[in-house]
Design a protein around this ligand. Structure first.
Ligand code: 5CA
Ligand code: ZN
Length: 409
């Protein structure tokens, strides 16, 4: 499917730093060394409801990864999926008495509009689960034929024992894995499984649900993890630089995905770094479509909130932190945006070259946006108290804030 239009990324003088980022699998920071073409896969939305601020925060984080790489003069191959067929989407369509395809199309369109408004750069490939099915079927057949998958009443399950690296993404123990599997789309209590946490690769057609031709698997629909693996292998191949998503995807999604890919290819690793964004909460609980405690990007936009202020609200928090959305967070961002706009709306100001380097240093250091914002705050404060004589410095600041953080002043 098509993605969304890219906002322009202004070119900056000099060159950015190599990104050091926290990798969930090793539990520490790694300096990525992507080569001339950096490869990143970020898990996309399940489009049964509008983009909320938790989604926006996660896509903001990975947009920064892309911008830091672009600033090092690399190309970026960014791939994102859309889980446009899955249990929660089908359940919502039934609940609301609407067609599931229409629901998915409507919410995906809204997501594109939200991403465009937030100046989040589009992926190069934006692939729906449904359109990926012809590529998924042969992978499941191969896993079954090699003994890494088994059948249970027509459904096909992946056997986690088939990958000796299983567990190396999350490092969770068996009890935690079982609990998270039950919570996040798995079926650990289904009798007959080899291991309770084994995830489904192919679900045989169910009465009243959509299904597709599965070749020797029979009609059905794909499991969740194999969807992302098929799309990532097709467009990026093994050993890509970053697999990204929110921290709720560490297990089972990214653990299982890595294992599917190891089993399929005999190669390791699937991704060189597994990067996870913290969870945004509302009223003390993780914002989630299933709980319904949501603030939508589109609602704020409709109320007239400047998307740049929404983006600054996200940037004010470190991407790995769990944080709470409040009116005050937005209010502070609106005020900051006003101060920054006033500061760049003059022909001259305090020198800006050191500030550009400070922003670069902060972002290269595990995407430390609070530090980057503080540096811009200091420059803006100096501009408002003492001003400066550097001709064109405000323009440099405005281009740097846009190029590196996607905020148009
Ligand atoms: N379609 C799958 C991924 S393949 C999925 O998780 N979709 S989602 O719509 O539920 O979430 C989309 C992205 O937003 C995921 O990376 C998820 O981790 C992230 N996300 C969901 N809720 C929050 C939240 N409250 N805070 C931060 N990120 C969140
Ligand atoms: Zn995914």
């Amino acid at each position: 499917m098509h993605a969304w239009p890219a906002s322009e990324v202004p070119a900056l003088p000099g060159k950015g730093r190599d990104l050091r980022i926290h990798d969930t699998a090793t539990g520490g920071r790694v300096t990525l060394d992507p080569g001339p073409v950096a490869r990143i896969y970020v898990c996309g939305i399940t489009p049964y409801d509008a983009t909320h601020l938790g989604h926006a925060a996660t896509y903001n984080a990975f947009d920064l990864v892309q911008r830091v790489w672009l600033d090092t003069k690399r190309q970026v191959h960014y791939v994102q999926n859309v889980t446009d067929v899955d249990d929660p989407l089908l359940e919502r369509a039934v609940r609301d008495g609407i067609d599931w395809t229409g629901l998915a199309e409507r919410e995906t369109s809204l997501f594109r509009e939200d991403m465009t408004a937030l100046r989040i750069l589009p992926p190069r490939h934006f692939i729906g689960a449904v359109e990926a099915i012809p590529g998924i079927v042969p992978l499941v057949e191969r896993l079954r034929d090699m003994g890494a998958a088994y059948e249970l009443d027509g459904d096909i399950y992946f056997s986690v024992e088939s990958d000796r690296h299983f567990g190396e993404v999350s490092h969770y123990d068996a009890e935690v894995m079982r609990a998270l599997s039950a919570e996040r789309g798995g079926d650990p209590d289904r009798p007959g499984k080899k291991n309770p946490i084994d995830p489904m690769l192919w679900m045989a057609a169910r009465e009243g649900e959509p299904s597709w031709d599965g070749g020797s698997l029979g009609p059905g629909r794909p499991g969740w993890h194999i969807e992302c693996v098929a799309i990532a292998l097709d467009h990026l191949g093994m050993g890509f630089d970053v697999q990204g998503g929110g921290s709720d995807l560490i297990f089972p999604h990214h653990e299982m995905g890595a294992s599917h890919a190891h089993a399929l290819t005999g190669e390791h690793p699937f991704a060189k770094a597994y990067v996870h964004a913290g969870m945004v909460a509302l009223h003390g609980q993780k914002m989630s479509k299933s709980k319904g405690n949501l603030v939508f990007v589109s609602t704020l936009r409709r109320e007239g909130v400047d998307p740049a202020a929404i983006r600054l609200s996200l940037l004010a928090h470190h991407y790995r932190a769990d944080w709470e959305w409040t009116d005050q967070v937005l209010q502070e961002a609106v005020e900051r945006l006003g101060r920054w706009r006033a500061a760049v709306s003059r022909p001259d100001g305090p020198p800006a070259d050191a500030l550009v380097e400070e922003i670069r240093d902060a972002l290269a250091d595990d995407l430390d946006t609070p530090a980057a914002l503080a540096a811009v705050d200091r420059w803006a404060a100096l501009q408002s108290t003492e001003g400066g004589t550097d001709e064109g410095a405000p323009g440099v600041v405005s281009r740097a804030v846009d190029a590196l953080m996607g905020v148009a002043l």
